[in-house]
Design a protein. Structure first.
Length: 328
């Protein structure tokens, strides 16, 4: 019995840690949706592109080396240096800010006033463009991401208890770091949103674009700002997921797991993204632990989506989302 209890505690804690990683991706969706009403299909690819850029800069890889070598018949792949992790992270963040500026300048400002479905389709096109561009720029091979984050398992109870029960619960050190980083990131975003001039402008744009424009708020600046923040969040998520499983093109699929998180928490709530991620993370782990063996296992592949479907039926706005009332 004590062993089963400790194992259940381990499953719950690891579920919480996994939920934090889901929430990191969902945050990017929430930020862009709040400021522009756009569901950014490209958020998962942004995490992939940010992680690819970070690894490429850190390892001194020559951008477009495969293309350059094919055209000029050379064999150049890397510069003769290795960039420190902190500088590489700052440079990668700068690339994501540049990306935000280019998206606003060449895509968003030309689609002002268009139906939401047009904006959504634009982000789909952006996602596939970024994926292909990242492939050409940095190559499609699986890359190891190492920025000095702790790896390996950590025994979460003291050795005496472990020796007494013969069992202890273990937590991935990387998951612990991810939880701390996510907590700091969410706290910073809340403080920024509530207590800074730019944060108040962002909330005004989220409430009413026309009213915000009428009081002198630059919609273009807010869009660049929010896409830059979403790009930074994507970079953080890319670092955590890339350090955990390597930087590969399947990394972009983490956006699919963020969808049920958004449905639970609400598309417009930053705290909702965190709570939704924790519910999904713990729920799928406990369901696999308690019910999975009875029905053949592999429930983690579909549990989150079934739970999201239930929420769509009974509370479509999510736990923290605003209920939409239309008067006719």
């Amino acid at each position: 019995m004590p062993e089963q209890l400790l194992f259940a505690m381990e499953v719950t804690l690891n579920g919480l840690m996994a939920g934090v990683l889901y929430a990191l991706v969902a945050l990017g969706f929430v930020l862009i949706f709040k400021a522009s009403g756009i569901f950014n299909y490209a958020q998962g690819v942004m995490a992939l592109f940010a992680a690819l850029t970070l690894v490429g800069i850190q390892q001194g890889q020559v951008p477009f080396s495969h293309l350059i070598n094919a055209v000029f018949g050379t064999e150049i792949h890397h510069f003769p240096w290795h960039v420190p992790s902190i500088i590489a992270i700052l440079l990668a963040a700068g690339v994501m800010v540049l990306f935000a500026y280019l998206v606003e300048k060449y895509i968003l400002q030309h689609l002002i006033g268009q139906p939401d479905i047009i904006l959504f389709m634009a982000t789909i096109g952006l996602a596939y463009f970024m994926e292909g561009f990242g492939d050409i720029m940095w190559g499609s091979d699986i890359k190891k991401l190492d920025v000095g984050l702790p790896q390996g398992m950590n025994l979460a109870i003291d050795e005496a208890t472990y020796n007494w029960f013969g069992y202890g619960f273990f937590i991935d050190n990387l998951d612990i770091v991810a939880a701390i980083v996510a907590a700091l990131l969410v706290t910073s975003l809340v403080i920024f949103s509530q207590y800074t001039k730019q944060g108040r402008a962002l909330r005004a744009v989220a409430d009413d674009h026309s009213a915000a424009l009428s009081v002198g708020i630059s919609l273009r600046f807010i869009w660049v700002l929010v896409w830059s923040i979403a790009g930074f969040v994507a970079l953080v998520a890319g670092i955590m997921w890339g350090a955990k499983s390597g930087v590969q093109f399947s990394l972009s699929l983490i956006a699919l797991k963020a969808l049920p998180v958004l449905m639970l928490g609400g598309f417009t709530s930053i705290p909702g993204a965190i709570v939704g991620g924790l519910i999904i993370g713990v729920g799928e782990q406990l369901f696999e632990f308690a019910i999975g063996p009875m029905i053949g296992g592999a429930t983690q592949n579909w549990f989150a989506y079934v739970l999201a479907l239930v929420f769509l039926i009974f509370r479509p706005q999510g736990l923290f989302g605003e209920k939409i009332i239309e008067r006719v």
